[in-house]
Design a protein around this ligand. Sequence first.
Ligand SMILES: Cc1ncc(COP(=O)(O)O)c(C=O)c1O
Length: 356
Amino acid sequence: MVTNYTEEIVIEKAQNTKITDVDFANIAFGRVFTDHMFTCDFEDGKWQIPKITPYQAMSIEPSARVFHYGQAVFEGMKAYKDADDNVFLFRPDQNFARINKSAARLAIPEFPENYFFKGLETLLNLDKNWIKSGLGNSLYIRPFVIATEPAISASPAATYRFIIICSPAKAYYNQPVRVLFARKYSRSADGGVGFVKAAGNYAAQFYPTSLAQQKGFQQIIWTDASTHKNLEEAGTMNIFFRINDKLITAPNNDRILDGVTRKSVIQLAADLNIDCEVRPVSVHEIKTAAKEGDLKEIFGAGTAAVISPVSAFGHADDVFDLPQLDNSYAMLFKEKLMHIQHNLAEDKHGWRYEVK
Ligand SMILES: Cc1ncc(COP(=O)(O)O)c(C=O)c1O
């Protein structure tokens, strides 16, 4: 049970906005940040009074444990604007629950729910002008927690900082991606931290991904660590396979991140009467379906890209190109999700959260 805290947020507003320097039509993902940031320190066994300040560099001791033992977790979520300038989040309760699940796994104290929502909404209200309306535009929100205690002994820190920064974004991957099925490296292990958003999960992928890139693939589809026979997820996306008209996605386990987009696609598929099987899916099954012409699509699902179609996959010495469909499920789900996110469609599951 997370304690509810009652203190107000201390706000120091930026004197000038940086927004006039930003070319919103040509924005690279995650490089430009809004005028403000939210911070809250954990000291003396409790989360202290949160602050909103101008976005700025922080002073942290080189001995802070995050730099040595990677005690850090994060989230990724987005804010959207409709044509009337109303601001919405998409299923933020899921991100809140997940950052605390990640925190618990890394022995980081859980963050209070009312601080999370009040902090986020106050920050978004201050930086509202950075959210552009129009399909595909959004403000990417990055809540994260780092261990700040200056002590290089390998044990959980006594002090932490919870931070939220925001970055204006367009759709993340615009082009269909070529993916390589993993045969040697793994992103996560049984009993490990693959099911949470631990910073180290991402660093561990950079080297194998660079090897895949040398072979002409942008992303790796990770397989189960012990046999490399079952397909699990991509580096920042869950993955769906379409064999004829049936969708298949791997069940969650302790190696796979429980994605918000994935569970939304599974629900939308049910709403649309599209058969979606949540079960182990093997490399063999997908290669056989590709050879027989039954594999119609592969796509990734995640907050950053929403839905990211795959144009080809490689495994061992084989490469299979996927057909280009006029009526792809990938595009169908992308449109449905974006319309809900931007307040252009009925929200029958109550996923939209209006920021007041
Ligand atoms: C490893 C991994 N898998 C899947 C996802 C997709 O999750 P979500 O849909 O919640 O963004 C992400 C992104 O957060 C991720 O980092």
